[in-house]
Design a protein around this ligand. Structure first.
Ligand SMILES: Nc1ncnc2c1ncn2[C@@H]1O[C@H](COP(=O)(O)OS(=O)(=O)O)[C@@H](OP(=O)(O)O)[C@H]1O
Length: 339
């Protein structure tokens, strides 16, 4: 072996040692965390006040430790099943619209999750220290996404002038969407909790990245104090008036639509490309698996407001309505349950 090979071998062995000791530390941490039976996975762990799987913990901590935000970064943040896929498509298309021809939106060939990658459940899964410029489709600004609650984001996100676009959704539709998603991804050999049991867990905040209300209120409060930092959007408002919401998004991202663009129908064009009906029917979203082996098609179900009416019993609705009232009291945040 020459010197270069020896030092390479040493480096690999040091990295393996570091990995092993890191895995041991992680194992010790997991053993100290409060634990609950999950919906789809065996266990969820309460880490920094939110529930996550043991598998997510490692990349999550890597993200918290290594991510350095730039002032120009944009982060799409959501609670799962609140419209992440849609918001990724809208933000990507708005932010980078001057980088591709109008009829060549990269969304036609790649899924929203491939174009805007999750930091904690994709980017940091295999390599804690990779060059993030390489993993973004475009740079300056870089665009990423996360489900991590505001309080647990890496400090450089708060300390920099980076921007966050947050999308929430009424908790009834979020729950029904999550329920169907869990059902689709169910391991054949594993029983899912019944709708009643899942509903009970959901109301107690036990789902990945839950409690839901803590997540939403965490971002909501910062958005109220610093609207230049967080743009707080609602799924129901996007459904009701996508054009005005897109214009608001563009202003927030510092790339407002020009008069010319508005006259040429650019806003409507982005809305159409990103619409549920369009994305769901694209070949790229119909086949294949994402990085954590979820079929791309499973990110598209009905895309409606008020589907909860088809699944929740009157007593569930009453219970959730009370919970919404209690959790959101004095916050100024409200949800539309139907349109
Ligand atoms: N383009 C577009 N427009 C409107 N709605 C859309 C769109 N794409 C996905 N969806 C619906 O969003 C739900 C999936 O939520 P997420 O994308 O947040 O899922 S995930 O957190 O990324 O796993 C899920 O909602 P439900 O249909 O109620 O289950 C999807 O159908």
């Amino acid at each position: 072996m020459d010197t270069a090979e020896i030092s390479k071998a040493k480096l690999v062995s040091l990295t393996q040692d570091a990995e092993k000791s890191w895995d041991d530390e992680l194992q010790q941490l997991v053993e100290t965390l409060p634990r609950e039976q999950g919906w789809r996975v065996s266990n969820l762990y309460l880490y920094q006040g939110f529930w996550c799987t043991a598998l997510t913990l490692k990349p999550l901590i890597s993200f918290q430790t290594h991510f350095q935000a730039f002032d120009s970064d944009v982060i799409v943040a959501t609670f799962p099943k609140c419209g992440t896929t849609w918001l990724k498509a809208l933000t990507f298309s708005t932010l980078y619209r001057d980088r591709f021809a109008r009829d060549e939106n990269p969304l036609l060939a790649s899924t929203p999750h491939q174009l805007v990658r999750f930091l904690e459940q994709d980017v940091y899964v295999n390599n804690p220290c990779q060059d993030l410029d390489d993993i973004c489709v475009y740079n300056k600004p870089r665009l990423f996404s996360t489900h991590v609650p505001y309080a647990s984001l890496p400090t450089s996100i708060e300390d920099s002038r980076s921007k966050i676009v947050y999308l929430c959704r009424n908790p009834m539709d979020m729950f029904v969407s999550l329920w169907h998603f869990a059902e689709k991804l169910r391991d054949e050999n594993k029983e899912l909790p019944s709708l009643d049991e899942a509903f009970d867990k959901s109301c107690r905040g036990i789902h990945v990245f839950g409690p839901f209300f803590d997540h939403v209120l965490g971002y909501w409060k910062v958005a109220q104090e610093n609207p230049d930092k967080i743009l707080f959007l609602k799924y129901e408002d996007l459904k009701e008036d996508i054009s005005s919401q897109l214009k608001q998004l563009a202003v927030f991202l510092r790339v407002p639509f020009t008069e010319d663009e508005e006259e040429q129908g650019v806003v409507e064009e982005i809305a159409k490309v990103c619409s549920f009906e369009n994305l769901k029917e694209l070949e790229v979203n119909k086949k294949g698996l994402d990085v954590i082996r979820i079929p791309h098609k499973d990110f598209f179900r009905k895309g409606k407001v008020g589907d909860w009416k088809n699944y929740l019993t009157p007593s569930m609705v009453e219970h959730l309505q009370k919970l919404i009232q209690q959790k959101l009291e004095n916050s100024g945040l409200t949800f539309k349950l139907s349109l």
